[in-house]
Design a protein around this ligand. Structure first.
Ligand code: DC
Length: 229
């Protein structure tokens, strides 16, 4: 199946498996994968390390100017860097997860990330995941998917992921973090998480990732009248 140069937007709640799905889809279609959450996580790590955010989530407005000097980018294997330093591991910790939503609610942070995404997606053939890709960042994306899954399934997935990474999570804390992030992400003033009217809903509580890929490929085929090779 030869897919035209389109943009595929994947939005949805935290830990619904958006990035694993988007990465696999990108590989199968030969698309570039862009993880917008990793950029918000990178900004959060920077803000924490440079003390622009305190324990009460107070954000020093000087962060806005400081961001202009932050060289946040992705390597071809999707790892996230600031300048020469790979920050992939640090941005996935609970410490970063616990402050990323307040950082992502700040309008100038969203402008910074959106500009980066537009720059990286210039050539098209991109699959991107996040919270507001289909509504705000790329409202003209040709294919939009809104991913959702049962909250307990999501918490267990996130918990397993953290264990695999050698962390020592507590299931109740992981659940609470997801609950808080869902709330902040869907209630913030600037581009809250919401389903674009033209997005397809994908509830993957009881689906394998290959079933998800097959389902979305079916959508693409139908939309562009494509045939299998
Ligand atoms: O997808 P993720 O869990 O890595 O995203 C981390 C946080 O970044 C998430 O809590 C909300 C925020 N985010 C956002 O506000 N908009 C996006 N497009 C992507 C992520």
């Amino acid at each position: 199946m030869i897919v035209p140069d389109i943009i595929i937007a994947i939005d949805g709640y935290s830990s619904t498996g958006k990035s694993s799905f988007a990465k696999l889809m990108a590989k199968e279609l030969g698309f570039l994968y862009l993880d917008s959450g990793a950029l918000y996580r990178g900004v959060t790590l920077f803000a924490q390390e440079e003390r622009f955010i305190d324990n009460n989530n107070e954000i020093n407005p000087a962060l806005e100017a400081a961001l202009q000097g932050v060289d946040l980018w992705f390597a071809t294997d999707n790892r996230t860097f600031i300048g020469e330093r790979c920050i992939e591991k640090e941005i996935r910790t609970m410490e970063v997860s616990s402050q990323v939503s307040p950082i992502a609610a700040v309008p100038y942070v969203r402008r910074f990330v959106d500009a980066k995404l537009h720059e990286l997606a210039k050539g098209g053939r991109v699959i991107m995941d996040g919270r507001d890709i289909g509504t705000t960042v790329f409202p003209n994306a040709e294919i939009k998917i809104f991913m959702t899954a049962d909250p307990d399934v999501r918490a267990q997935r996130r918990f397993d992921e953290l264990v695999m990474k050698g962390e020592n999570p507590v299931l109740e804390e992981v659940k609470e973090n997801l609950r808080q992030r869902d709330y902040i992400d869907s209630h913030r003033e600037t581009s809250p998480l919401s389903r674009a009217a033209d997005a397809f809903i994908l509830d993957n509580s009881n689906m394998t990732i290959s079933e998800e890929v097959a389902w979305v490929k079916g959508l693409i085929k139908g939309k562009f009248n494509l045939y299998d090779d």
